[in-house]
Ligand binder design. Structure first.
Ligand code: NDP
Ligand code: OXD
Length: 314
């Protein structure tokens, strides 16, 4: 079928360079970056990242919205969103990047990377005691959390996961729901946050939560790694927890306000490792073929995969 005969795509992106997405999508379908008015009948799909509010609300023939990311808070925050299926990113390439990030940050804290880099600056030759047996707790035990758990276990870490509904996974101690949170945190030395941002999870990584982590361990305290969303955490509570040694160290990829304001004390904190929301970057070369396959499948009468549960918010 010629591109002009297939459903058309509206590229509805802000804060992302649309060019590579446009180039790859338009190899197979007609792509526009602006609709012909709010009720344009020619648009069948939207490929979206932080779309402008109202942009998608009245398109009469919109069949599905494809998120450019695994998280969909940026799409769902528009109260005028039409009631069409939303497909999120589940892709080996994104999962591999996140697994790399989590492994990198866990190992760096575990092997005293922050301490040794600071010592090297001062030419200090001093061996830190080995951290020994450490439990990594993964908060948000979905696609990304489970993939990270597999690799962490292969590296010898005891691993546990916390989710909304009951999950089981070979070799991992799993917890769920509010009643599972305290026991999950009480046995966690390194907390990895891979939750989606929803009404229930906003602000969940606060001082109260951090103070329930296990501190009596070979690292000399608890460690926080957040690669989920910035608004899951309270930046000020993390600073407080670092300052009173509730937390010994943190790696943060996401922040309440992004880009992280230059005035934030997190930038210069000696026990914080900052990355600019770069843990897993959506790569159009890997993601566009999956989107196009799903559009083709839908047009052949097949169901869409990786759909967002709008009630749950992720
Ligand atoms: P999934 O939807 O596969 O997994 C989400 C997990 O969080 C599930 O285990 C889910 O529970 C759990 N969860 C959701 N709400 C709650 C709650 N209220 N209480 C307890 N657990 C909850 O998502 P992914 O693993 O694919 O992605 C996770 C997040 O990672 C994304 O939403 C995004 O925000 C972030 N992300 C960040 C990137 C970065 O570069 N920093 C890149 C990619 C993603 P259940 O299993 O019961 O459904
Ligand atoms: C995502 C992200 O959600 O890049 O995929 O943050």
């Amino acid at each position: 079928m010629a591109a002009k005969d297939k459903g058309r795509i509206l590229l509805a992106m802000t804060g992302y360079n649309p060019r590579p997405w446009y180039d790859l999508l338009s190899k197979e379908r007609t792509v526009v970056t602006q609709s012909d008015g709010p009720a344009d009948p020619t648009i069948h799909y939207a490929v979206a990242w932080k779309q402008k509010p109202n942009l998608l609300s009245n398109l009469p023939n919109l069949r599905a919205i494809f998120s450019v990311g695994a998280g969909v808070d940026h799409i769902l925050s528009d109260p005028t969103l039409p009631d069409v299926p939303i497909v999120r990113v589940v892709a080996d390439n994104l999962t591999e990047q996140m697994t790399n990030y989590v492994l990198w940050r866990v190992l760096d804290h575990y092997r005293r990377g922050l301490t040794y880099r600071a010592q090297q600056k001062r030419k200090v030759w001093r061996e830190a005691p080995p951290a020994g047996d450490i439990t990594v707790g993964i908060m948000g035990f979905g696609e990304l959390g489970r993939a990270a758990a597999k690799v962490l276990m292969a590296c010898g870490f005891t691993t546990r996961g916390w989710s909304r509904t009951k999950q089981s996974f070979d070799g991992v101690e799993t917890y769920h729901g509010e009643e599972g949170l305290k026991p999950f945190l009480n046995g966690t030395d390194i907390l990895v946050v891979l939750l989606p941002l929803t009404q229930q999870t906003t602000g969940i990584v606060n001082y109260r939560l951090l103070s329930q982590l296990r501190r009596n361990n070979g690292l000399g305290g608890a460690v926080l790694i957040n690669a989920g969303r910035g608004r899951l955490q309270k930046d000020a509570d993390i600073l407080r927890a670092l300052d009173d040694e509730t937390l010994i160290e943190a790696s943060l990829d996401v922040f309440e306000v992004e880009p992280l304001p230059r005035t934030s004390p997190l930038w210069n904190h000696p026990r914080v490792f900052v990355t600019p929301h770069a843990a897993a970057v959506s790569d159009p070369a890997h993601l566009v073929p999956l989107m196009l396959d799903q559009m083709d499948a839908l047009e052949r009468g097949k169901p869409l995969k990786n759909l967002v549960d709008r009630k749950a918010g992720y």
